[in-house]
Design a protein around this ligand. Structure first.
Ligand SMILES: CC(C)(COP(=O)(O)OP(=O)(O)OC[C@H]1O[C@@H](n2cnc3c(N)ncnc32)[C@H](O)[C@@H]1OP(=O)(O)O)[C@@H](O)C(=O)NCCC(=O)NCCS
Length: 184
């Protein structure tokens, strides 16, 4: 079985252009590069990760996301996968690592907000142990859409590591197939 063609790494200021090119394609209301600069340099509670390919024929960043340490809660402010590589397990892989990072920072639960219409993201969160616990009405300024508040009520290192161990062989098989059959 081949190894995975990407590694998880800390996001740096040099990553912002590649992150922005993904933001432009996947979010209707995107963050600015200034927000990322602030997050990386001036927010002591934020931690961002990227998935960097280990092959030159893949885009410079495949997926990324962040976690804010908010007391005992790990808040996921953003997560995204390159639009050409969605549905291949990368969102789950990044999410699990962000949850592990939250656990390492001392958080006992994880929270996030998601657009009521974003069923793909909601499925991802449900798959990884989140449940809907509330609604923020008209939360999004651009279209007045509601946000669902989703929480993963427990962050236990052994459980998260087991989820990663379960995901890994699926990812390896999926990516071996992608790299054999898809042009890049
Ligand atoms: C939401 C988002 C991050 C998900 O990323 P992704 O890389 O496509 O996520 P994954 O591939 O891990 O999961 C999606 C699908 O992959 C497949 N998959 C992933 N892991 C799998 C596994 N272990 N076994 C089988 N199928 C799996 C499934 O088809 C899954 O869909 P399902 O939930 O209907 O079963 C991505 O769609 C995105 O960037 N969207 C735009 C930005 C966005 O909305 N961000 C969230 C803001 S709250």
């Amino acid at each position: 079985m081949t190894d995975l063609p990407f590694v998880l790494d800390a996001m740096t200021l040099d990553d912002i252009p590649a992150v922005m090119s993904i933001e432009r394609r996947v979010f209707s209301s995107m963050w600015s590069s200034g927000i990322y600069r602030h997050e990386l340099t001036a927010n002591p509670w934020s931690h961002y990760r990227v998935l960097r390919p280990t092959r030159p024929d893949l885009p410079p960043i495949l997926a990324y996301g962040g976690v804010w340490q908010m007391d005992r809660s790990a808040h996921i402010p953003t997560i995204a996968t390159h639009p050409d590589y969605q549905g291949r397990g990368l969102g789950g892989y990044v999410l699990l690592h962000l949850l592990l990072l939250g656990e390492k920072l001392g958080c006992h639960e994880a929270t996030l907000e998601v657009r009521a219409s974003n069923h793909v993201a909601q499925r991802l969160y449900l798959r990884y142990g989140f449940e809907v616990v509330g609604i923020r009405y008209r939360y999004y300024n651009d279209n007045g859409e509601d946000a669902l508040i989703m929480t993963r009520p427990s962050l236990v290192r052994e459980e998260l590591q087991m989820e990663l161990r379960r995901l890994r062989p699926w990812l390896q098989a999926r990516w071996a197939n992608i790299l054999q059959t898809e042009p890049h």
